[in-house]
Design a protein around this ligand. Structure first.
Ligand code: NAG
Ligand code: NAG
Ligand code: NAG
Ligand code: NAG
Length: 349
């Protein structure tokens, strides 16, 4: 008898708020291309929250097939009024963002194929008429190709914009080793981080998802994969440039960097046990100038390609070169074993 009475009571007494506003999740039947799901009011308008409200809404996208999947754009509208009420978003990267009453009115997030974001909405006991709305738009995604990482004397670099084919693009690298990704672009030049995701793994086996700001603060703008795959996801990203190396090439060094070389001269100083990979993303030709060897004899060299033992040495720095050196290559590595020296580099084309 008691079991029957409660729902009826609920229906009759508190029709519009408490009963309608439950923690109902997005049903699987609503997850399809071009559909928009509004939480918790279907028309997308702001929902007023009672006190002691605490719901977690999960937004996930199905694991894609080898060629097709779905991604989602999630918009959270912040109508919080109570200073102790909050919305806690756990992004697909695992990092969290707390939205409070003084925060931005609208925040948007991306959910790549085969991943999940969650939004916890919480109010304290005092009813402050806080409001919120979540809108989830699903879109189809064409899964990009898988390519074998180049080996030996060939460097693996990518200007992410070159894979852009539409609103969503991806490329998966397959390696025999763990992969070290270094960011070549200066992090300060990147203002939007959620246009590019880097998956340790493939779409159907994601070990971890990174945004650039998740790794550039430590370890010299790089991370190492747990898996032997790395997937680059671009939502029309236009600035990010990366270099990938098998871990064996990186392990030999204490310091390891990648730097884009363009028509603006870049100054460098090289410490001990350091590799600096220089890439002319837009053209061919790199000029090294202003070479000043500080510690002699200088055990250092420049090789064409990555710091691999099959890469060809194109300059031996123990010869103490004084003239500008022009190399007809797209990429090279300056390797310092135990030499301190300075130089500049610029694109010759
Ligand atoms: C969902 O909300 C948006 C506004 O945020 C609105 O344009 C759209 O029509 C709503 N969807 C439905 C099914 O009402
Ligand atoms: C939401 O996702 C989390 C983490 O995967 C899971 O533990 C939780 O059960 C999910 N909640 C619902 C209501 O499905
Ligand atoms: C160089 O490349 C070869 C072939 O890809 C690879 O086996 C080797 O581990 C690489 N590493 C170094 C440090 O040379
Ligand atoms: C090349 O590097 C690999 C990995 O560091 C090493 O095992 C191999 O002996 C090296 N080969 C030569 C010819 O130096």
């Amino acid at each position: 008898m008691g079991k029957l009475i409660f729902p009826l009571f609920c229906l009759l007494i508190v029709t519009s708020t408490a009963c309608a506003l439950d923690c109902t999740q997005i049903p699987a039947s609503e997850i399809y291309d071009s559909n928009t799901v509004n939480i918790s009011k279907k028309d997308g308008s702001l929902q007023t929250l009672p006190g002691n409200f605490n719901c977690v809404y999960n937004v996930s996208t199905p694991t894609p097939t080898s060629s097709h999947g779905l991604y989602a754009i999630v918009t959270v509208t912040n109508g919080l009024k109570g200073v102790n009420d909050y919305i806690l978003v756990t992004k697909i990267t695992g990092s969290q963002q707390k939205i409070v009453s003084a925060g931005n009115e609208v925040e948007t997030y991306k959910v790549i194929p085969g991943s999940q974001l969650s939004v916890q909405v919480l109010t304290k006991s005092v009813v402050m008429n806080s409001q919120f709305a979540i809108s989830v738009q699903y879109h189809s995604a064409v899964i990009g190709p898988k390519v074998q990482m180049k080996t030996g004397s060939e460097m693996n670099y990518l200007d992410v914009k070159t894979i852009n084919q539409g609103p969503f693009s991806s490329l998966t690298y397959v390696s025999k080793e763990h992969i070290v990704l270094t960011l070549a672009t200066e992090p300060l030049d990147i203002s939007v981080y959620d246009n590019c995701y880097l998956i340790d793994g493939t779409f159907d086996n994601q070990r971890k998802i990174y945004e650039v700001d998740d790794f550039f603060y430590d370890g010299g703008s790089k991370f190492t994969t747990i898996s032997h795959h790395l997937t680059v996801v671009s939502f029309q990203e236009s600035l990010i440039q990366i270099v990938l190396n098998p871990i064996s090439e990186v392990q030999q060094f204490i310091e390891f960097y990648s730097v884009p070389i363009d028509k603006t001269e870049t100054p460098f100083d090289s410490g001990f046990n350091t590799a600096i990979q220089l890439v002319n993303f837009d053209s061919v030709g790199i000029v090294m100038d202003g070479i000043q060897i500080v510690t002699k004899p200088c055990n250092a060299k420049v090789v064409a390609g990555p710091p691999n033992n099959s890469s060809k040495t194109i300059l031996d720095l123990s010869t103490n070169p004084s003239k500008a050196q022009t190399f007809n290559v797209k990429d090279l590595t300056v390797i310092s074993n135990d030499c301190y020296f300075i130089f500049t580099a610029i694109a010759s084309n």
